[in-house]
Every structure is written in C-alpha cells, then in structure tokens.
Write a protein that binds this ligand. Structure first.
Ligand code: ARG
Length: 284
C-alpha cells in the first residue's frame, strides 16, 4: 500500500520529469536510457531544440528538448518544452534549432525560430495534447522531413508494435551526484521498444499511485529498462514502414527513467492532434 509521503514523492517526480527541460533551461543534462548510439547521419529529421539565453555556449550545453522536422519550416516538439517557469510561452527569440548532425557539436547548423505555437488544449496537469510547433525563420533545405500518420490511423501504436525512441537525453535517471541536471549526450542515442496497451500501462502506473494516463490522446511504450529520459522530451517515437519512418508519438513524460514503468507519448494519430498539426503547417 502507498504511504502518503510516497504518493507525493511520485507526484513530484512526474511533475519534475515533465518540467525538467524548462526548469533547467541552459543547465539541462539530457539521452535515452539503455539505448545505443545512432549511426552517423541517421535520422536527419531529428533536431535539437535549444535554449540560447546566453550566446555561444555550444550545442551540447544548450540542448533542451528533441524535435522533428515535419516540413522544411516546421519543427514538431512537446508543448511542455515551450512553457517557462512563469507558465508562459517562452519567446521565440530564445530558441534555436540545431540540425544536420547526430552529434551535438560543431558539425551541425543552427536555425532561428520565428513563432512558437503550443496545442491550444495542452493541459500541463494531465499532460495531454503535449504537442507544439516551432515555425522556423528560414527553411531547412536538403533534409527529408519525417512522415506522420493520417488522422485516425493507429498503425505502429497498437500493443506490441515495434517502435524506436531517439534523442540526446540523459542516459541515467538522475545526472549523478548533481541530482536532476540533465546531461545531454554528445551522440544521438536510440532504443527499440514496444508499444504497451493502455490497460497494461495504466495498471503498471496505478501500482505506484499514478492515475490519469489518457489513452486517447497519449499511449505508452517501453521495454525492460529501455526508455526515454530527461532531455528526450519533444523527440520522436517512430515505426518503420519498410524504409520509411513514421512518427507516431512525441516523448512526453514518465516516472523517472528506465525503471520499468512505461514512458508516455503524445498520440499523433489522434485527429484533434493530427489535424491541428496539419492546420499549423498549412497556415504558418
Ligand atoms: N519530460 C522528459 C524530458 O524532460 C521526458 C520524459 C520521458 N521519460 C520517460 N521516462 N520516458 O525530456
């Protein structure tokens, strides 16, 4: 049975997991737990969403969240990556998008952000509709964007479907002795995991007193100790349709990292999310 203190600790952990990239701002330590290194040049549509309040401290230090290029001027990320400590949208001028390298280093390039648009139904308490679009100042040419599912098409988000999560987030739950500092890994990491049914996911989280996974707007994925972690938020969960990656989820939240509880992902096939994305891409 849960003690009250333990319940509150878990509530605190969930909140922290969701807010960490934002709280930590320039001092985020992000990577995937128990994953492996992505081959050089793979997943070119996976970008690093960077917070550059201070100039020139490098792609590694400024990494905040993952994001994906869904066309040449739009990056899809998590809504919780766009909300600051004051609960307001972080202004576009503080963002940069780093792209063109699997390493957070000198080889990639930066693009400025013109507008930040979070899903209007984003609910930070329930962590639903955790999706946002960054509109870039200039188009990124020469990178094939990642495909999204059609509205209502649940391929790659049914129980036991094989999917991959990738990003530069922390490889360990807590950034060592320094506590919650996100330490981004220089190399992009990935983990092959499976989709977990809503029933199994809810049952697993209920055991530790966490309720409220919205199985319509989100879904779960995990496999053993393989999981997303701090700094992976906003990045992709995708399946392979032959040679074509299809992004079905956005890294949203979890309980710690790699502890055996499923990670929770924004469900991109949900019509209220998928159609909203299509509208932003068309209109902005
Ligand atoms: N919100 C987290 C971030 O800061 C990602 C959480 C994912 N956690 C997990 N265990 N699957 O990047």
């Amino acid at each position: 049975m849960m003690t009250r203190a333990r319940t509150w600790f878990l509530v605190f952990l969930v909140a922290l997991t969701a807010m960490l990239p934002v709280l930590a701002e320039a001092r985020v330590t992000p990577e995937v737990t128990n994953g492996n290194k992505v081959n050089d040049g793979d997943y070119p549509w996976l970008v690093s969403v960077q917070m550059t309040k201070m100039e020139g401290n490098g792609a590694l230090r400024n990494h905040m969240c993952g994001g994906t290029l869904i066309d040449s001027t739009h990056v899809l990320t998590a809504a919780h990556c766009t909300i600051g400590k004051d609960d307001r949208t972080i202004p576009a001028k503080y963002y940069k998008v780093y792209y063109g390298s699997t390493q957070l280093g000198e080889r990639g390039r930066f693009e400025d952000v013109a507008r930040v648009i979070a899903h209007p139904n984003y609910n930070p308490r329930a962590i639903t509709f955790d999706a946002a679009i960054l509109v870039l100042k200039r188009p990124i040419e020469g990178i094939e964007p990642i495909a999204l599912p059609d509205a209502g098409d649940r391929a790659f988000s049914n129980e036991r479907d094989r999917v991959t999560v990738a990003g530069w987030g922390s490889t360990k739950q807590f950034g060592g002795k320094k506590g919650y500092r996100i330490r981004s890994t220089r190399d992009m990491m990935e983990a092959n995991i499976e989709v977990v049914s809503n029933e199994r996911c809810k049952a697993s989280l209920r055991r530790i007193g966490v309720t409220g996974v919205n199985g319509e707007k989100s879904f779960c994925a995990a496999e053993g100790g393989k999981d997303a972690c701090y700094g992976d938020s906003g990045g992709p969960l995708f399946g392979m349709d032959g040679d074509t990656p299809i992004q079905v989820g956005i890294v949203s939240w979890g309980i710690g990292c790699g502890l055996g509880y499923p990670g929770v992902y924004t469900r991109l096939s949900d019509p209220s999310i998928r159609n909203w994305i299509a509208d932003q891409v068309r209109d902005s």
